[in-house]
Write a protein that binds this ligand. Sequence first.
Ligand code: HXC
Length: 272
Amino acid sequence: MGEGSPFKDTVLKGKVALITGGGSGIGLEISTQFGLHGASVAIMGRRRHVLDEAVASLQSLGIQAMALEGDVRKKEDARRVVETVVNAMGRLDILVNGAAGNFLVAPEDLSPNGFKTVMDIDTLGTFTMCHAAVEYLKKGGKGKDPAEIGGLIISISALLHYGANWYQIHVAAAKAAVDSLTRSLALEWGTDYNIRCNAIAPGPIADTPGMDKLNPKESELSAEQLGIPLRRVGEKWDIAMSAVYLAAETGKYVNGHVLVVDGGSWLAKPRP
Ligand code: HXC
């Protein structure tokens, strides 16, 4: 078993995963759980020291891991990183788009360039990585037995665009577009290359950069104040297990889905 996992520790054996934003937060937990379930993992990020620390922690768990510095906004970085992973690890089965930018700001205080920056990281960055990876992800695709599991893309989405949220106009727009990309690629690359494309939309998750920004410790709201029906904030593990589910045989017929993992928080309404 993976650490505290209901899955066998071999469910991702032989697979190679590239996780952008894999050096911290939810991305690092997905990298860890993928590794504990048998995958080799490559993490991509902008900060060398964060990547180095993350790789050391992955390797200390016996996980085959490598780190690649790069910015998902730059297509040369995307191409270089994908090619380096394939050269070093032999293949690419799974791309996780975890890299994201976020800050709280009122629309009138957000410059058009601030809006563009988040769109560039979250939306264009997701597309850029998918575009760079598709050649390798499609290796297990059309022409082979359709029952065989092919490549997989998982993008980390959000709930901000289900309705509206304060001070998140840029991120909400960017993540709405990520959901749309997910469905388009599920249709086109699912059909042509047997690549599944799904997203995970986390709710409030403890110990993540997103939570630090949106619900900072000094003014922390409890799960009940946040109106989460399951009355607890999520753990990074909850998101990582959803990713393992999608990547293992269990998820082989799931395509074009945005998996909401939020304890029901976006549905929450006060009791009359
Ligand atoms: C207003 C801001 C701003 C802020 C940057 N900008 N920070 N505007 N308030 N706090 C504006 C700048 O003024 C500039 O516009 C433009 O954005 C680009 O800023 P740069 O600092 O030059 O950009 P860059 O160095 O590329 O950094 C981009 C960044 C990045 C997005 C600010 O530093 C970043 O994302 N860091 C945090 C990463 C992070 O928190 N990831 C976790 C995301 S959590 P002008 O007009 O001045 O040129 C997440 C979860 C969402 O996504 C869902 C939660 C539930």
